[in-house]
Ligand binder design. Structure first.
Ligand code: JHZ
Length: 409
């Protein structure tokens, strides 16, 4: 794609520089039903580029949000025990540090199936979830988490504010990168926050993505790939200030930022900004050889897996994750090599992986069929998955971790 035509999602500058072109791929969470197998899937260009003006890595294509997230969205947060634990700790720490109680209001944007807000409900803190995905929002409501099935916009924030529902805390985990209107999203957060309220957001950290070659986390839902520098530039433009930051291990490496209407950055923010400048995370050179590294990973992984198959081994995969879809489509492996993909999420079972059309089934199939190798597509939860599949390992099964350099466990 001609990057000259494009303007940065955050600062509006021209002159984006291409980082990685993953070709045309199907939507990573558009799992197919058996009926869909008769039709051709739409594919969309997937190319990441860097903005030298504000340091934001982003993709160039914007697929309409209702196509990506509304009906039939198969991602339900509650299928990972590690994520549930992480979210519970986050909620309890926030209740404690901000002294939240029955008079407070916590709003979560992209509240999914209520995986996080249920901790506030349990502790008597009023909350509201906002999520456009009908299935997960229904599960949240049914479990007692008040949820609005809607996209978060500045207009919605104004409406809530007009109803007297300003928030003491706005939580937005893994959603800022998904917002088609990045600037409108932050305007909305500012509108919704009380004067002394806090916005707590988690985003995958682009430095971890680049350092660990996590190219498979690039897909159409993820429009932006943030460093603290690019976040800082974006937030300040909306008179929001990042005052604290933590690095987290979740999802292959994330940042959790704490922002508010008042400027008061602590040492962690200053130090991380200085470190990013020092290491060059704010300039294109840091991203320049990423494409080459990813192409090498593709060749290595493909050769290893096809080699195993040719020597008569049976291979399955674990985790019908969005990142798994990017990986399989990019390295170009399908049913000829991988027999099935196992996943605990009942909403994914019985469907087929986008593009490669590998069937998805429950994890019990692993010990039933005993493939020789299981490729872990949801490598961010590898520890949890391997622990659960103890029996498979004891009976001689082996796991393959794909990134940054494939290894057999
Ligand atoms: P998981 C998601 O990406 C969706 P995905 C989203 N695009 C986003 O931003 C990122 O997270 C951050 C299954 N599983 O979470 C559940 C088991 O079956 O890595 C999931 O289908 N058994 C909003 O889709 C998949 O694996 C298990 O024991 O790339 C994991 O997908 C565990 C732990 C998971 O993210």
């Amino acid at each position: 794609m001609d990057t000259d035509e494009k303007t940065c999602r955050s600062c509006g500058s021209r002159g984006l520089k291409s980082v990685l072109d993953l070709g045309h791929t199907p939507l990573a969470d558009a799992l197919l039903t058996r009926d869909d197998l008769n039709s051709v899937e739409p594919v969309y260009p997937l190319e990441a580029a860097f903005c030298p003006a504000c340091s934001l890595m982003q993709i160039l294509e914007t697929v309409p949000p209702d196509v990506l997230f509304c009906r039939d969205y198969p991602y339900y947060s509650s299928f990972s025990d590690a994520l549930l634990k992480h979210s519970r700790e986050n909620a309890l720490a926030l209740i404690e540090s901000r002294g939240l109680g029955p008079e407070s209001l916590v709003v979560e944007i992209a509240s999914n199936d209520g995986y996080l807000l249920k901790n506030f409900v349990k502790n008597g803190v009023p909350c509201l979830g906002i999520d456009p995905a009908e299935g997960p929002a229904r599960v949240a409501e049914d479990s007692g988490v008040p949820t609005l099935t809607a996209f978060f916009t500045k207009e919605l924030a104004e409406e809530l504010r007009g109803l007297g529902r300003a928030a003491d805390a706005v939580i937005a985990n893994n959603v800022l990168a998904h917002a088609a209107d990045t600037n409108g999203f932050l305007d909305g957060v500012r509108t919704l926050l009380k004067e002394d309220g806090v916005a707590v957001m988690e985003v995958p950290y682009v430095k971890d993505l680049i350092d660990n070659c996590e190219f498979d986390t690039i897909y159409h839902e993820h429009l932006c790939y943030f460093s603290l520098t690019s976040l800082n530039n974006l937030f300040r433009r909306h008179s929001l200030y990042i005052n604290d930051v933590k690095r987290l291990g979740i999802h292959g490496g994330s940042l959790r930022i704490y922002a508010g209407r008042k400027d008061g950055a602590n040492a962690s923010v200053r130090d991380m900004l200085a470190e990013e400048t020092d290491k060059g995370v704010d300039s294109f050179a840091y991203y320049d050889d990423f494409g080459l590294k990813v192409r090498n990973i593709k060749t290595g992984l493909r050769n290893m897996l096809t080699g195993l198959k040719e020597s008569g081994k049976r291979i399955a995969a674990y985790g019908a994750a969005a990142k798994g879809s990017t990986l399989l489509n990019y390295i170009g492996l399908g049913r000829e090599t991988i027999d099935f993909v196992a996943d605990r999420n009942i909403h994914k079972q019985g469907r087929f992986m986008p593009g490669k059309r590998i069937p998805i089934c429950g994890p019990e199939r692993i010990t039933e069929l005993m493939p020789d190798f299981v490729l872990i597509l949801a490598w961010n939860f590898a520890e949890e998955i391997i622990r659960q599949q103890d029996e498979y390992r004891r009976r001689g099964g082996r796991f393959i971790l794909p990134l940054p350099v494939w290894k057999i466990e």
